[in-house]
Design a binder for this molecule. Sequence first.
Ligand SMILES: Cc1cc2nc3c(=O)[nH]c(=O)nc-3n(C[C@H](O)[C@H](O)[C@H](O)COP(=O)(O)OP(=O)(O)OC[C@H]3O[C@@H](n4cnc5c(N)ncnc54)[C@H](O)[C@@H]3O)c2cc1C
Length: 374
Amino acid sequence: MPESLSTAHQALAAKAVEFARDVLLSAAFELAGGADENEIRDRVRSASKSAGFFTMTQPRAFGGTEASPLELTVVRETFAAANAGLTHWVFGPGPGVLAGADEPLRSTHLAAALAGEKRAAFAFTEPDDAPHFTTATPDGEMLRVRGVKSYVTGGATADFLNTLVEIPGRGRSMLVIDRNTPGVVLERRFQSMDGSHHAVFRFEDASVPVSHVIGKPGEGLPRAMRQIGDTRLAIAAEAVGSCRYIVGFVTDHLLAPHASGAPLGSREGVRLRYADLRIKTYAARSLLYRTARLAERGDNIVNEGICAKVFATETLSEVVDTAIQLVGGKALTVGHPLEKLYREARSLRLAEGASDVLRLNLARGRLDLDKGVL
Ligand SMILES: Cc1cc2nc3c(=O)[nH]c(=O)nc-3n(C[C@H](O)[C@H](O)[C@H](O)COP(=O)(O)OP(=O)(O)OC[C@H]3O[C@@H](n4cnc5c(N)ncnc54)[C@H](O)[C@@H]3O)c2cc1C
C-alpha cells in the first residue's frame, strides 16, 4: 500500500481485496468450469452494485457516485493485483465521449448508455488501406457518412458507434451513429491476442441527423483525445496491479522446492533478475500514485497520464517476460496466468495510443506547448 494513502483509501483497498476474493475469483472459477456467462455476469454486477463499485465510474447527475481519480486508481490497481479478471463487469458504463452531451443525445443515448439500456462502442481507428478519412457530408438536416472504421471494440454487439468523422469545412467531429441505420455495414469481426473482440464497419452513405454531432462540429479530436486520455490512468493502474501480482507469483515460485534440489531463489543469478522485477514494479507504482494524486488535486494530467501509461505498460511487458523466463516452460502453457498476462500486456502498448505516438505527444507537450511536469 503506498504509504500516504488516507485511512478511507486504505479501507477502500481492503474492500476491493475482499470483493476480488469473495466474488471475482469464485466467479472466474465457475466460468472456467463452464457456468453460464450471462448468469455469472448478472451476479457479479449485482454484487458490485451492493458493494458500491458499480457506480464509481458514473456521473452524479445520473445517480452515480463519480469516484475521484485516486479512489479509482486504488480500486483498479487492487483488483489487478488479485489477478481477479472479470473487472469489466464490476464498473458501470461511463459517459465516454458523450460526457456533457446536450439534448437530444443526453436523453436518447447518454442516459440510456449509463442505465445499461444501450451499449456504445468507440469508432476512431481507420484501417491502413482506407481510401479516405470517414466523411460526413451535410445534406439538409442530415449528414451522409462514408468511410471505414476498424478495431471497434465491442462493435458487433453495440447499439451505437461514437465515430470520429470529417465534416467538410468544419473539421473532425464526434458523431453518434446508430447501428441499425441503413448503410451501416458490419464488414468483419475479429479477436485480438488479449481476448477482446472487435469489428470493422463500412458506412455507405449512412444518413445521420445533424443533432447526433456530440458538442460542436470541429471539436471531435480534442473530445476523442480526452476520452482516450481518461482511460490512460486506468490502464496504468491495471498494469501496475498486474506487475504486483506477477512479483508475488514469482516470489512464491522462487521460495518453493525445485527439481535441482534447492529453491531457485537461492541462486544469485536468479536473485538479480528477481530484484529487477521489484525495482521496476516499485518505480511504476510510485509513478502511478504520483500521477493519480496530481489528477486528484485537479491538475490537467495529459502529459503525466502519457508517462504513466507508457511506463506502466512497458514495465508490465518486461516484468511478465522475465517472470516467464524464471518460472520456465509451464508458464507458457495455454491458460497459465502468466501466459494470459503476457498476451494482455502486449496489447496495452498499442490500445489507447501506441507508445511511440504517445512519446511524440509528450515531446510536443513540452517543446511546442510548454506543458508537463517532472
Ligand atoms: C486491444 C485493442 C483495443 C482497441 N480498441 C479500439 C477501439 O475501441 N476503437 C478504436 O477506434 N481503435 C481501437 N484500437 C486500435 C488502436 O487505437 C490502434 O491500434 C492504435 O491507435 C494504433 O493505430 P494503428 O493500429 O492504426 O497503427 P498505426 O497508426 O499505423 O501505428 C503503427 C505504428 O507506427 C508508428 N507510428 C504511427 N504513427 C506515427 C507517427 N506519427 N510518428 C512516428 N511513429 C508513428 C508507431 O510505432 C505505431 O506503433 C484498439 C487496439 C487494441 C490493440
